[in-house]
Design a protein around this ligand. Sequence first.
Ligand SMILES: [Zn+2]
Length: 149
Amino acid sequence: MESAPNVKYNGVKIIMISKTKLLELVSLAQKVRVNAYCPYSDFAVGAALLAKSGKIYTGANCENASLGATICAERAALTSAISAGERSFVAIAVAAGKQPVSPCGICRQVLAEFGDIPVLCAAAQGEDYKKTMLSELLPDAFVEFSRMD
Ligand SMILES: [Zn+2]
């Protein structure tokens, strides 16, 4: 991977990623999607998060009868990565539905804690995806308590 010049967000340098790696992320998000536990919405979502270490962490949504306790695929992937000791990330893919889906507001906020990364929004099948930056999905994210005076 090569570094992008002068691209920073919350002090984190943005890393350029090859098209092959992006497609791998989309494919892994689509594959893990089938493991989703979603008896209430029947909307299976998969996510694949590339850490700066080069490892990829996946997650699927896990719903609950207490709907507010539901965990999205993106946060499942992130907490798996955090549990493994990762703290720096390169990109995340999310896959679900017939049309590309975008992370919900909670996931955008949780991901923003670790800096700006490309977000690949894909459908459940196919290689098409929409690539956007997390900072575009969640401008002016809340990332530090020091702003609260
Ligand atoms: Zn979410």
